[in-house]
Design a protein around this ligand. Structure first.
Ligand code: NAP
Ligand code: MG
Length: 499
């Protein structure tokens, strides 16, 4: 297919999937309002999408509530095995529609289509397949209680794991389909019902996923999708009939979610930002470490919550490694994601491009230098050069704050002791990376970095079976693995006195 045909196909898809999914029906927003979603490579319109607001959130929550509260609903009567089969079919349908989903993702988000297909879509399908197996393995325990207050009595005591109820899920634009999968997979395995609010910049793949979920046999009302802006997310987070909210996005909005949840003390899990350190020791295998560390920051245009954006390089090899990372940066082919040779696409929005460029100039103003990059690419589309900054100081904004773009700060260090201290000198704690041939040093450093994930001689290796989440201000709770089920389950203790 030519690039023009691909573009046409995506426009057709965008037009088709543009309403809200409420109670199994595709409906307009109550206000009739719509908003435009853009192609960040060309700044052209991809189509118009229903703009859900508080009233639509109300409708969606009512639908999810009905579906959950009615014990005779198709969803509540489904056995765990049937639920697992639906999840598996969702994974199969994602695989079957991989090209189409990858295309939507590339056009809406900007990422290279090769990455969209091999990473986003493949991981989303795998996540549903993995979670499908958990539906039948959600178990409580029988517990030998000692009943010191009722000597001589006999009890049967056990726990049950029950779905938490109606869940609001709010997701960002950096991996639109995959973030929907991370949230929906474990939620559906656990048996809850959901209102999903995709990011305003990238609503399309979640809507297409909604269609595929219905096709897979998910009953009406189990997953409701309300596209819209932050006000829709805020209404969902504050809603009294929502039992739990699961959020991925900025730490700033994460704090607002916690405040909004106070009213009915709904449960909250958060997957927030990061400023993750990569530690590159002088004994690293440079052929692996240099391209690996570069990919650790530049993957997905640097728009990864886990981006390895602080690169600590041992002094003896600092100049060589900076040169190597800069050479890697200069080799990256930047262009529209639908071009097959593109390795880095545009950032997802004009706002994000300007934010990233603002950070780079704040670095320059404070005395940092660019070993490569440092500016915009072209004058159409939201492209930013892959950028390596040196000569930073620990107090600079570019060192302390999440940039969420293709910008790494390269910082020299002396000893293992020093780099553990600097690596941990952050309010975040999402991820980290270690590059070394010394297995003892690798694991010692891994133990001491205060982060939810440590990658050794690799970076950004995600798997549906591995928990992922943050220490400190990077979040509450874990996504993926069996840990993710806990986000959507309550534990009930049942104690029966035996006569
Ligand atoms: P964001 O505002 O945190 O957006 C995440 C999601 O929350 C979106 O669906 C957003 O809707 C929604 N939202 C916004 N305000 C809300 C509110 N008051 N209550 C409930 N939901 C709300 O992130 P952003 O504005 O897209 O990006 C800003 C910065 O966040 C980025 O520059 C980056 O640093 C960081 N970020 C981090 C991650 C991550 O994975 N850790 C992901 C994305 C962004 P709208 O899309 O309509 O605003
Ligand atoms: Mg926003």
């Amino acid at each position: 297919m030519t690039v023009m045909e691909l573009n046409q196909q995506a426009h057709d898809l965008a037009r088709k999937t543009s309403k809200l999914l409420i109670d199994g029906e595709w409906v307009e927003a109550a206000s009739g309002k719509t908003f435009e979603t853009l192609n960040p490579a060309s700044e052209e319109s991809l189509g118009w999408v229903a703009q859900g607001e508080a009233e639509d959130i109300n409708r969606a929550v009512r639908s999810a509530r009905r579906c959950f509260d009615d014990e005779r609903s198709d969803w509540r009567r489904m056995t765990a095995s049937e639920r697992g089969k639906v999840l598996h079919r969702i994974g199969d349908l994602i695989e079957r529609h991989a090209d189409e989903l990858a295309l939507l993702e590339t056009l809406d988000n900007g990422k290279p289509i090769t990455v969209a297909k091999a990473a986003d879509v493949a991981l989303a399908a795998d996540l549903f397949h993995y979670m499908s197996g958990w539906a039948t393995k959600i178990e409580g325990n029988t517990i030998p209680i000692s009943h010191v207050t009722s000597p001589g009595s006999e009890f049967l005591a056990y726990t049950r794991k029950e779905p938490v109820g109606v869940v609001g899920q709010i997701i960002p634009w950096n991996f639109p389909l995959l973030m929907a999968a991370w949230k929906l997979g474990p939620a559906l395995a656990a048996g809850v019902t959901v209102v999903l609010k995709p990011a305003e910049q990238t609503p399309l793949s979640a809507l297409r996923l909604g269609e595929l979920m219905l096709e897979a046999g998910l009953p009406a009302g189990v997953v409701n999708i309300v596209t819209g802006f932050g006000d829709a997310g805020a209404a969902l987070a504050a809603h009294d009939s929502v039992d739990k909210v699961a959020f991925t996005g900025s730490t700033e909005v994460g704090r607002l979610i916690v405040q909004a949840a106070v009213g009915n003390l709904k449960k909250v899990t958060l997957e927030l930002g990061g400023k993750s350190p990569q530690v590159l020791y002088k004994d690293a295998d440079m052929d692996v470490a240099i391209p690996g560390a570069a990919n650790g920051i530049f993957f997905n245009q640097g728009q990864c919550c886990n981006a390895g954006s602080r690169l600590y390089i041992q002094k003896d090899v600092f100049d060589n490694v900076v040169q190597g990372i800069s050479d890697e940066a200069k080799k990256i082919t930047v262009g529209p994601g639908i071009e097959p040779d593109t390795q880095m696409g545009p950032l997802t929005s004009a706002e994000q491009r300007d934010k990233v460029l603002g950070y780079i100039s704040s670095g320059f103003d404070a005395g940092a230098r660019a070993a490569s990059g440092g500016g915009r690419v072209g004058n159409r589309g939201y492209f930013v050069e892959p950028t390596v900054l040196t000569d930073t100081t620990p107090d600079m904004k570019v060192v302390r704050e999440e940039i969420f773009g293709p910008v790494v700060v390269a910082i020299p260090f002396g000893s293992e002791e020093d780099v553990v201290r600097s690596g941990n000198d952050t309010s975040f704690g999402l991820a980290s990376g270690i590059w070394t041939r010394d297995i003892n040093k690798a694991h010692r450093t891994a133990n001491r970095l205060r982060a939810g994930t440590v990658w050794i001689n690799c970076y950004s290796v995600f798997d549906a079976a591995m928990p992922f989440g943050g220490y400190k201000e990077s979040g509450w709770g874990r996504e993926m693995g069996h840990n993710a089920l806990d986000n959507y389950l309550e534990t009930k203790s049942v104690v029966a006195k035996l006569a």
